[in-house]
Design a binder for this molecule. Structure first.
Ligand SMILES: [Zn+2]
Length: 274
């Protein structure tokens, strides 16, 4: 398995983006309500590859992992978070907190390893209360079962809240009821992990093109508009979970909307995996 990582700093905080794989979706999954002719004009393939960029931040002597990828059921295309950590020199046992931006399978599935064991045995798991409550009451058995199995390890948080020094949860409901973005602040520098408020670079150019799995599309699109307006005005550094690895970049205003400006030239990724 060829995994990649990208190390950088936010002020004095050491950060590593881990590429844990990518899963393909049909094009419409990302642009559920896009007019046919406008979408076709981009000439995108019928299936779109969605990478998973997981972030590890070291702060105040703690290691915080943000999102885990879909877990071993997604192999061989994805599900390699433990391999990615190990290859980056980070022992899974050394993770103190796992922040879950929301409870979709491609973000929480990596909480278990390929043998059904807890992947991060020493970590507290952080999830917004609204997210916990919604999925505990939902009919999606696999998500509810996963939360139940790990119940004792979870800390349910009401954002906005700081969960580790310089690591703040910022509520952005819409894609799911309790979705949070994660703000990393080190000295004067800041990084905002956007989770699925934006899930494809084209969402900057077409902020009104919703994701098929949005729980409340108007709310999701309002959260996106809000994020993009602030991010462009403040030249925020963003991490797009599903953006091309390593997913770091900025939203630049262009007319009424925005364009994605990668902050790091994107390393080539192999398509085939052993
Ligand atoms: Zn996602």
């Amino acid at each position: 398995m060829d995994v990649q990582s990208y190390a950088f700093k936010v002020g004095d905080l050491a950060c590593v983006v881990l590429y844990e794989g990518a899963v393909s979706y049909r094009l419409r999954a990302f642009f559920a309500n896009a007019p046919e002719d406008e979408l076709a004009a981009y000439g995108l393939p019928e299936r779109v590859l969605a990478p998973h960029n997981c972030l590890v931040v070291t702060t105040g002597g703690q290691r915080v992992l943000i999102d885990t990828g879909p877990g071993p059921t997604a192999r061989p295309e994805a599900g390699w978070i433990l391999q990615a950590l190990t290859q980056a020199g980070i022992a899974p046992q050394s993770i103190d907190r796992v922040v879950l931006t929301h409870s979709h399978p491609d973000h929480i599935g990596g909480l278990f390893d390929g043998r059904g064991h807890v992947a991060f045995p020493n970590a507290r798991l952080v999830l917004a209360s609204a997210e916990w409550d919604y999925w505990r009451a939902s009919a999606r058995d696999t998500t509810r079962a996963l939360l139940d199995l790990l119940r004792a390890r979870f800390d349910r948080i009401d954002p906005p809240a700081e969960v580790a020094p310089g690591v703040r949860l910022r509520p952005a409901p819409g894609h799911t009821p309790g979705l949070v973005m994660v703000e990393i602040t080190g000295g004067p520098d800041r990084l905002t992990c956007t989770s699925d408020v934006i899930a494809h670079p084209l969402h900057l150019t077409h902020p009104d093109w919703g994701i098929v799995s949005d729980w409340d599309q108007p709310l999701a699109l309002a959260a996106r508009r809000d994020l993009l307006a602030q991010a462009a005005a403040g030249a925020w550094l963003l991490l797009g979970y599903h953006f091309p690895f390593p997913g770091l970049g900025r939203a630049r205003a262009r007319g009424e909307t925005y364009v994605w400006e990668p902050a790091v030239s994107e390393p080539a990724l192999p398509i085939a995996r052993p």
